[in-house]
Structure formats: C-alpha cells, structure tokens
Design a protein around this ligand. Structure first.
Ligand code: SAH
Ligand code: SF4
Ligand code: F3S
Length: 444
C-alpha cells in the first residue's frame, strides 16, 4: 500500500474557520490524506484564512514566505489557500503568490476532493462560488472517530447585517441557516462520539431560522431546546450574536434551560449612538443596556463578553468616552477590542481614517479598563462553587484542566479518591485561586 499523503491545516480567524478546517480535513481524507501537526512533514498545506482586519489578511502572505522553502525540500508539497482571504482575493492570490497551488472559498470546500485531483494534475484551481447546494450535505464524511468533550457545530453562515466596517457579508455571503433536523442528527452523532458540550456557531447565530420538516419555523431558541433533550449532551453555548436578534424566546431560554450556559458573547462595538449609527448597527447604547437588563433579570449570573472597535472614522474623544462609560456600566467578564481597520469594499473604507496614534492610545485605554474588569470578575470567583467540564490532564499529576459554565479555564486538583479523572467528566469544584488567565480549584 502506498503511504497516505499528509495534510497540515493552519487556521486563522473565528471559530467558524476551526469548524471548517475539520470538515476540509474530512473531505481530503477521501483522497487519502491524513492530518499532521507539522508543516515540514506535509504533502499539502492549507491555510484557512481570515480577512477581518488588514493584519489578519497580511499574515497569510508572510506565512507563505516562510513556507516557500519547504517546497524545495519536498517537490510533492502543494499549498492551498482557503477561507475568507481566498473568497475576497480569489485569482489575485495566484498572481501575487506563485507558491500557491489552489484557492478555495468558504462555501465551496466540499469540492476540495476534485480540486485536489486537478491540482495534482498540474492545474491551479480556484473556486470561490456561492453555490446553490448545501456544502455540508455534499461533504464526504470521514471516519467517525472518537472526539474530545467539546465541539463546534455550524448552524448558520453569512451575514445580512452589513455593519459599515465589516467584510463578513462579502466573504461569507448572505445568511443561510442549516435545516434543524440535520443539525440535531449531527449533534447526536457528536454526542455518540464523546462530545458533552456543543457550541453552536454562526456569524449571526441568533438570526438562525432553520427549516424543519414539520413546516414550523425553527428559531435558535427552539433549536437549543431540542438539543437540550439529548441526554448525554450537558452543555450548550452559541456564538456570535447580534443584539437586534436577541428575541424573547432566546432570552427566556437563558432563564429556564440549565443546559444553556450562563455566558454570552454579545458585541456592541461602541458606546456612542453617533458611531453606532455610522456603523449601521441599528441599535443605540441604551437599547443594548436594556437588553442586558432583561437577560440579567432571568439569569443574574450571566457572564458577558463583547467586541469593540476603537477609532472608527469620525470617532471623537467624546464618542470614545461613551464607549468607556458603557463598558463601566456593563462590567464585562471578558471583551475583545480592536483598532479600526479599513477593509476594501466596505462603506466605511470610503471615510477618512483617524491618525494611528489616536487609535493606539484609545486601544490602550480601553484594554486597560477591560483587563481590570476581567481580573475583578476572575477574582470574584474565588471561594465559589462551580461545575467544570474536564477537557484534558494538566501538567501536575492528578490535575485536570477544564472550563466552568462561565467559560473560565480552571486547573483542578484533588480528584475524589486521588485518581485521575477522565476528559468529559463534569465535576463540582471549589475555586481556590485566580491568576490573570485561569483559575485554580479543588474537586468537591
Ligand atoms: N459576526 C460576529 C463577528 C464579526 S468579526 C459579530 O457580528 O459580532 C469579530 C469582530 O471583529 C467584530 O465584532 C468587530 O469587533 C471586529 N471587526 C470587524 N471588522 C473590523 C474592522 N474592519 N476593523 C476592526 N475590527 C473589526
Ligand atoms: Fe460583520 Fe456586523 Fe455581520 Fe457581525 S453583524 S458579521 S460585525 S456585518
Ligand atoms: Fe475572519 Fe472570515 Fe471569520 S473574515 S472572522 S474568518 S468569517
């Protein structure tokens, strides 16, 4: 038998790309590829790319520069670009980077097996269509291997919101929801393979509107409730949500579904109404705060996370102050903040940018505030009893690493009976200490 070819995938960007990378590995498995975690060992390297900010997109070209010499060592090596840079730049990538052999967008990677054959035949295939068919239905299935305790499940793709700064509606296309029953089937399959926590993914996941065979509309809340019926599935999360799609039924679900974890990533981007309007967010800062009040009324311990952009075109000192005020009002468990990056083809890219020194200063100020809140939130966990889903053994004997319901990483010692617990165990834990990025706890 010939040796299987080896595939190395490097994933950039959001969790959606993480999910897609797994599917691409399965698809290429049909052509005889097995995955490797070393680029210098691979016969095919796929970069699953992100186009969200200029820096993210440029990383791809610097990585290609680093990978170039590997082709001299292994004449069989082929390099492909997948993901959102592939979608945004298409053919242009082949011109700019002669080292690239294949370009595949996020909606056509089910065609990778044929593309790979064409590539081995000497072609440089490019496919960035938005096809009619559902790629997930056309994906060849890989072996049903045992899985770790947590998994992503893409339920919705694309975005119709068109925030003025964002490339996602162009790279991922219009909103499409996957049929509900198929998702339930896929979830049951994941659970059979050892998964205990599923994070439902979508660029605008709470806008989920899946078809069902009963003709009734499926909202995200209904999907979450149906998933909660799977006995061995213990935890459900979803990301990323838009404030305008936090419907009443979803808020209600946070109040009465124990399996829906009390953690929500709900980006607001800015605390200034003028900037929110210019960003085309279609909500005000007060709308967002009212929404959080409603969520906290049903789930007082809800841990919140968000995204912020500083230095959007036209952002004044006062606008930025309004963002700081909003952050102080909310009290985030964690939050991500980014310097505005003008993206080609987006409406905001037409507008004059602020000096980089202003962006740097604002980013620094906002990040300090967020770090302070994050530290306070972590410290407030000390002494509390939480549940931890173990993911893997820690460095110390008997220690396990896992996540709380609020998504903190915890190092847990003192398993009952002194034994080593298995990944996938759900354990009551008392938090004993907090450091910047993780907690320590003792099994109860
Ligand atoms: N679909 C998600 C995530 C979008 S991308 C959502 O709607 O929240 C993740 C984050 O990147 C965004 O929330 C935003 O804060 C940031 N982002 C998007 N475009 C950006 C740009 N042009 N410059 C800087 N940050 C950007
Ligand atoms: Fe981008 Fe806005 Fe859509 Fe999020 S909601 S993906 S920020 S356009
Ligand atoms: Fe990046 Fe595309 Fe995700 S641009 S953030 S990889 S949807």
């Amino acid at each position: 038998m010939t040796q299987p070819r080896k595939l190395f995938i490097k994933t950039y960007g959001c969790q959606m790309n993480v999910y897609d990378s797994e599917r691409m590995a399965e698809a290429l498995g049909v052509n005889g590829y097995v995955t490797t975690d070393r680029a210098d060992d691979a016969d095919m390297i796929l970069l699953n790319t992100c186009h969200i900010r200029e820096k993210a997109a440029e990383k791809v070209y610097s990585e290609l520069g680093r990978l170039r010499p590997l082709k001299d060592l292994n004449p069989d090596l082929r390099i492909g670009i997948a993901g959102c840079v592939a979608q945004a730049e298409g053919e242009e990538i082949l011109r700019r980077a002669p080292v690239v052999d294949l370009v595949v967008g996020p909606q056509t990677y089910h065609r990778l097996p044929e593309m790979e054959i064409a590539m081995r035949g000497g072609a440089r295939p490019v496919d960035t269509d938005f096809p009619q068919e559902d790629k997930f239905e056309h994906l060849p299935k890989g072996p049903r291997a045992r899985r770790g305790p947590t998994a992503f499940l893409t339920v919705q793709e694309g975005c119709d919101k068109f925030c003025a700064f964002c490339v996602v509606p162009y790279t991922r296309g219009t909103e499409v929801s996957r049929p509900a029953e198929r998702l339930l089937r896929e979830a049951r399959d994941l659970v059979d393979r050892g998964v205990r926590e599923i994070t439902l993914l979508g660029q605008n996941v709470n806008g989920y509107h899946g078809a069902g065979t009963d003709g009734k509309a499926w909202t995200l809340a209904r999907l979450v409730r149906a998933l909660a019926e799977i006995p061995e599935l213990w935890r459900i999360r979803y990301t990323t949500s838009h404030p305008n799609d936090m419907t009443d039924d979803l808020i209600e679900a946070h109040g009465d579904l124990d399996k829906l974890m009390p953690y929500l990533h709900l980006p607001v981007q800015s605390g200034s109404d003028a900037i929110l309007k210019a960003m085309n967010r279609k909500h005000t800062a007060a709308d967002y705060l009212r929404l959080l009040d409603r969520l906290r009324a049903v789930r007082p311990d809800l841990a919140l996370s968000g995204d912020f952009i500083v230095g959007f075109p036209g952002e004044t000192d006062q606008d930025f102050e309004d963002t700081l005020t909003l952050v102080r009002n909310v009290g985030y468990h964690s939050a991500f903040s980014f310097k505005y990056s003008a993206r080609p083809g987006t409406p905001a890219a037409e507008r004059p940018v602020l000096p980089d020194s202003v962006l740097d200063a604002r980013l620094h100020t906002l990040q300090s505030l967020i770090t302070e809140q994050q530290r306070a939130a972590q410290e407030a966990m000390v002494g509390r009893e939480v549940s931890v889903l173990f993911e893997k053994p820690g460095r110390m004997p008997g220690q396990m690493v896992g996540k709380t319901e609020y998504l903190h990483a915890v190092h847990v010692t003192g398993q009952p009976g002194g034994s080593q617990a298995a990944p996938g165990t759900l354990q009551r834990v008392r938090i004993t200490a907090s450091s910047t990025n993780s907690l320590a706890g003792e099994a109860l």
